[in-house]
Design a protein around this ligand. Structure first.
Ligand code: SF4
Length: 104
C-alpha cells in the first residue's frame, strides 16, 4: 500500500496529520484496485471484504479507521455503516461498564 495513494486507506497519512504506520506495508490491499474499497453500496462491499478477510493487519486497520473515522470505504473489513455500528456498540458497552462500577 502506498501512503500517498492508499488502496484501502484511500487517505494519505499526511492528510490525516498522522505519522505513517508500519502496518500499512503489510496490507493485503496495497496492490488492489482502489475502487474495490469504495463500493457504490454496502451490498457491493464483498470484494473488498474478501481481501480484508485475509489481511494480516486487519485489526490494526480497523482500529485505525475507528480512530480517524475516514468516513467512507471499507476499512478493516467493515463498511462505514458497520464501523459506525461497532463504535456505537463499544460506546454502549463502555457506558454499561461504567454504570456497573458506580452501582457496585
Ligand atoms: S484490512 Fe482491508 S482495508 Fe485494511 S489494510 Fe487490510 S486489506 Fe486493506
Amino acid at each position: 500500500m502506498r501512503l500517498n495513494n492508499l488502496a484501502m486507506p484511500r487517505l494519505s497519512a499526511s492528510s490525516l496529520n498522522l505519522a505513517p504506520t508500519d502496518w500499512f506495508d503489510d496490507a493485503a490491499c496495497k496492490d488492489a484496485d482502489t475502487d474495490v474499497f469504495f463500493p457504490v453500496s454496502e451490498s457491493q462491499a464483498d470484494a473488498a471484504k474478501a481481501i480484508c478477510a485475509v489481511c494480516p493487519v486487519r485489526e490494526e486497520c480497523l482500529e485505525y479507521a475507528l480512530e480517524v473515522r475516514p468516513g467512507d470505504g471499507v476499512w478493516g473489513g467493515l463498511t462505514a455503516t458497520e464501523r459506525h455500528r461497532l463504535i456505537r456498540r463499544r460506546q454502549k458497552a463502555a457506558r454499561k461498564a461504567r454504570e456497573s462500577r458506580s452501582a457496585a
